[in-house]
Design a protein around this ligand. Structure first.
Ligand SMILES: Nc1ncnc2c1ncn2[C@@H]1O[C@H](COP(=O)(O)OP(=O)(O)OP(=O)(O)O)[C@@H](O)[C@H]1O
Length: 269
């Protein structure tokens, strides 16, 4: 089975400021203010054709940062990424222009992806039909609910037929009918051997839909392997975490934050 995504030693660094004034001063005198914070540090893994990878991890662990890097929306601060084919990200709000209508967004996105006018004319009815937004398709996206934005984003991304599909929490805001329709479409992608990354806090969806699980813990790969192997470990971690007292949870968060601050880093390149 051929490799579609190869991620080597990826890190993503942001600046963390204690006060707004520090941010301003850092603009004037770059480098002198704020701490380096690693949203991701030293992430390496590979994905193959037909892999459906559930990315799990607690809030703030780095899942969206990773999905944005794989889809090319943001660059990594270090490391390399090899992608075979075209990757499309489906996330709430991703790539939609709020001032344009749904239909105009379809046209813009397709143009940006290199489709010509004729191809767009052919694709548009399929996308409009899948999104099923009624007359809202001709309303500005700023008037959409988050579920409606997700419908439009999903409809565009699956109908342009990408090789790699990255779904970041987009299903969590859809109603059941739409979620079922999306899951059916994703099954079709899976059967056609595409690579899918599925970011979700729903362990049931990961269990039912994915073949592999990538568990990210505070910017690092904690475990990567089959769903059967990794998901029970993550589930146990969540149970243990819930059992901790508020004080213990706070201590744990502080310790992991320390590991992500630049001064204490050794692994991130
Ligand atoms: N532009 C940014 N500037 C500074 N810090 C950022 C930026 N984007 C993300 N972060 C930080 O990086 C960390 C990882 O964020 P990310 O959104 O990737 O987490 P996540 O695992 O997707 O979380 P969630 O489950 O809550 O969606 C967080 O601590 C977040 O505050």
């Amino acid at each position: 089975m051929s490799k579609t995504v190869v991620v080597k030693h990826i890190a993503k660094k942001y600046k963390m400021y204690k006060k707004d004034s520090e941010k301003l001063l850092d603009l004037i005198l770059p480098g002198g203010y704020g701490d380096d914070f690693y949203a991701l540090r030293d992430i390496s893994f590979e994905a193959n054709e037909g892999d459906v990878i559930g990315i799990v991890g607690v809030n703030g662990s780095g899942k969206s940062t990773l999905s944005n890097i794989i889809s090319g929306i943001i660059p990594p601060s270090a490391g390399t990424l090899e992608i075979k084919g075209q990757a499309a990200l489906i996330a709430i709000n991703a790539g939609l222009n709020n001032n344009l209508t749904g239909r105009e967004n379809i046209e813009l996105k397709c143009l940006m992806l290199g489709f010509n006018r004729k191809e767009i004319r052919e694709l548009e009815p399929e996308i409009v039909d899948f999104a099923d937004l009624g007359h809202f398709i001709d309303q500005p996206v700023k008037n959409y609910s988050s579920g409606m934005k997700s419908r439009l984003g999903f409809a565009i991304s699956v109908n342009i037929d990408p090789d790699i599909l990255i779904i970041d929490e987009a299903l969590s805001v859809g109603d059941q009918t739409f979620t079922d329709k999306c899951l059916a479409k994703m099954d079709e992608f899976k059967e056609r051997g595409k690579t899918i990354f599925f970011i979700s806090h729903s362990l049931n969806q990961v269990q039912d839909f994915c073949t592999k699980t990538l568990w990210i813990e505070y910017g690092e790969v904690k475990e990567y392997g089959s769903v059967e192997e990794v998901l029970p470990h993550y589930s146990q971690f969540l149970k243990d975490f819930k059992k901790m007292s508020a004080q213990e949870q706070k201590k744990y968060r502080e310790e992991t934050l320390k590991k992500r601050l630049g001064s204490s880093l050794t692994a991130a390149k």
